[in-house]
Design a protein around this ligand. Structure first.
Ligand SMILES: *Cc1c(COP(=O)(O)O)cnc(C)c1O
Length: 427
């Protein structure tokens, strides 16, 4: 499969190059040249297939013959190595829990898949690859865990000092081996800026790539969850509406890709916090990115979502066409906390802030009689322990995955500006 740059001034390239480069030379993000819907027979009989078989069917055309089928199946087995349970909340609403992986956020799937692809493409170790990634919290841990021990690949994570939760910091600073954490005296935007500067710096001759959701190998495997949920809900015979708590809009964009492959999904809701660039765009057709604002759902504090351009491409840049299938609503921290309480007192379910915003999206949309709503629970409540325990009368048990890292010693190199990153990379 070939990919083109959404800035349209770089040549089309292979899956391998799209993964290894991350971004095209013209700074555009990559998009697959064509998509072929899966057979109706497969979708109709989806319950006969295992999750691994479904994932293989969904992804294989995007990889093409660049990874042998046997290897691709092994990569999928390593990636889809935990459950994605659907928990019924109301008569017509369920939570799709994506947090049962090693770092307890949905990003585990994309990070592991990308790590395995990169390791495969770099199998003769001709040149070491350095993965450079800025994180506001969850990406760092998922990428660190996904790439741990990958041969020929070094990972450098930049995170803002004092701005990530204790659990998140432990997840990205305690693994060692091929993972290095740089603790930046600044905010997330500073980390992101430094990464961008490094990509453009011709003094740095190391081969750099990005592990953010702009990378096709992190973005596309997120289609799997939508297939798994469809399989689990096939028997109820209702039209499915997915509400996806969205920041960079990679996850929801993967869901729309799944629909393009023939998965019958009625509607998508991108639920955001007060970082409302996309909800505003749907109202007046003006795309006006703004600096991000801090909220209690901090994994979605994004003012200029990098994957939204892919969503527009999926609807031929036609706003009216987009609105038929896609809605987007924004919610405040107060609404988020109130909803966490409502869900808890009505059903006993503990939603963390991102999931609660997903639930709010379904309520605002207003499900019809023949529709069934699924909101994505993108992280375990333990990852947002302070907010959850402050809002709900609960004490969250620390799961095994977190126990494993929480008492390990943090190792991070403090840096305060781009020169710090540069001298590290030139070493
Ligand atoms: C990253 C993240 C999101 C946002 O996902 P996007 O694909 O960037 O829209 C939502 N919730 C949690 C918990 C996350 O870590």
């Amino acid at each position: 499969m070939n990919y083109y740059s959404l800035h349209h001034t770089s040549p089309n390239t292979t899956f391998k190059n799209a993964v290894v480069q991350g971004l095209a030379k013209d700074r555009g993000i990559y998009f697959p040249e064509n998509t072929t819907p899966l057979s109706k027979d497969f979708i109709e009989n989806i319950t006969d297939y295992s999750n691994h078989e479904i994932a293989f069917e969904a992804i294989k055309q995007f990889v093409g013959d660049e990874i042998p089928a046997k290897k691709l199946k092994a990569i999928i087995a390593a990636t889809v190595s935990f459950d994605f349970p659907l928990i019924k909340i109301d008569d017509n609403i369920a939570s799709l829990e994506l947090f049962h992986g090693p770092t307890m956020a949905f990003k585990d799937v994309g990070a592991k898949f990308m790590a395995q692809c990169l390791e495969y493409f770099n199998k003769d170790h001709k040149e070491e690859i350095t993965v450079l990634v800025a994180t506001s919290g969850d990406t760092g841990g998922a990428v660190a865990n996904g790439f741990l021990g990958a041969k020929g690949v070094n990972v450098v994570i930049l995170y803002p000092s004092g701005k990530v939760s204790d659990v998140q910091e432990k997840q990205l600073t305690t693994l060692g081996q091929n993972i290095t954490a740089l603790e930046v005296d600044g905010v997330f935007d500073d980390c992101q800026e430094m990464v961008k500067t490094a990509f453009l710096d011709t003094d740095i001759t190391k081969k750099l790539t990005s592990a953010n959701s702009i990378n096709v190998a992190r973005w596309l495997p997120q289609m799997f969850y939508f297939f798994f949920a469809y399989k689990a809900l096939k028997k109820i015979n209702k039209e499915l509406v997915f509400s996806v708590p969205s920041g960079n809009f990679g996850n929801i964009c993967a869901g729309i890709m799944a629909k393009k492959l023939g998965l019958p999904i009625q509607h998508f809701i991108a639920a955001t916090n007060i970082n409302d660039t996309v909800p505003n765009y749907l109202i007046d057709g003006i795309y006006n990115p703004k600096p991000s604002k801090t909220t209690i759902s901090n994994a979605m504090d994004v003012g200029n979502p990098s994957n939204f351009i892919r969503i527009r491409e999926l609807f031929n840049n036609d706003l009216e066409l987009l609105k038929n299938t896609f809605s987007s609503y924004s919610f405040s921290d107060i609404e988020t906390r109130t909803t966490m309480k409502d869900i808890y007192y009505n059903t006993g379910y503990v939603a963390e802030p991102h999931g609660a915003i997903g639930y709010l999206g379904l309520k605002k949309y207003g499900l019809k009689e023949n529709e069934y709503g699924v909101f994505l629970e993108t992280a375990h409540p333990v990852k947002f322990l302070d907010v959850v325990e402050e809002t709900l009368p609960v004490q969250i048990e620390i799961p095994e995955q977190i126990q494993k890292v929480i008492n390990n010693k943090k190792v991070a190199i403090p840096i305060s500006n781009y020169e710090g990153l540069k001298s590290f990379l030139l070493k």
